[in-house]
Design a protein around this ligand. Structure first.
Ligand SMILES: [Zn+2]
Ligand SMILES: [Zn+2]
Length: 222
């Protein structure tokens, strides 16, 4: 897109054009990278309004800002944030624009959490997730957010058990560390392990309730 074509148009007119690109979150992310005016308009109008419209309860009840929610909607966290050591030559070793839509759904989050956390609301987007091929196996990367995280059973468990944070920073906000939900026994039992000891499902959560994780197919012979 050429900005010069838009220079003569008012912000309102440009925004009405951008509104037509709303269906896929990636469109706005791409437009925002064209120039500073587009970035400003997308960030302060399109994204902000969309987040208020799509995630009103999340914006209202958690410290997550709308920009973190936006990242959650449009970015795959990449292998590192899901706790999988990325290969040096892996072209997708960091967060990247993901496919999908604006949905955040609770159904899959319920399946991931251990039974005692069934009242916690973990919203997941883009399930089954973005596939990253690795040396050993394919990982499906997922992302999500806990509603009202500091009132959840998961939060109480990791705080009461004094779980140590791990050195993986959040892909969606500035939290420098996260907790490993797998080793804190917050994920559903029964996902199992591969023969090399790697868990079939792993996930990390930051202090603001943002979740990045990866799952693999269950080994057939276990
Ligand atoms: Zn990805
Ligand atoms: Zn975060």
């Amino acid at each position: 897109m050429e900005e010069s074509v838009f220079a003569a148009l008012s912000d309102d007119m440009v925004l009405s054009i951008f509104a037509k690109l709303e269906d896929d979150p990636r469109h706005w992310a791409r437009v925002a990278s064209v120039c500073s005016r587009f970035f400003y308009l997308i960030r302060h109008f399109c994204w902000k309004n969309k987040c208020w419209e799509t995630f009103p309860t999340l914006i209202g009840d958690s410290p997550s800002t709308w920009s973190s929610l936006l990242k959650l909607a449009v970015c795959c966290p990449g292998l590192h944030h899901a706790g999988v050591p990325a290969l040096p030559d892996c072209p997708r070793r960091s967060p990247h624009l993901a496919s999908g839509n604006w949905d955040l759904r609770r159904e899959q989050g319920c399946k991931l959490l251990a039974r005692q956390f069934r009242d916690d609301c973990l919203l997941i987007c883009d399930w089954p997730g973005c596939v990253h091929s690795h040396e050993k196996r394919n990982y499906m990367l997922f992302r999500g957010v806990f509603r009202n995280f500091k009132a959840t059973g998961v939060w109480r468990t990791i705080i009461d058990d004094k779980r140590r944070m791990v050195d993986i920073h959040c892909a969606f906000c500035s939290s420098p560390h996260t907790w490993d939900l797998h080793s804190a026994f917050c994920l559903r039992r029964g996902f199992g392990y591969h023969l090399d000891g790697e868990p079939v499902v792993r996930a990390y959560v930051c202090q603001n309730g943002h979740v990045s994780g990866a799952w693999t197919h269950v080994p057939l012979f276990s």
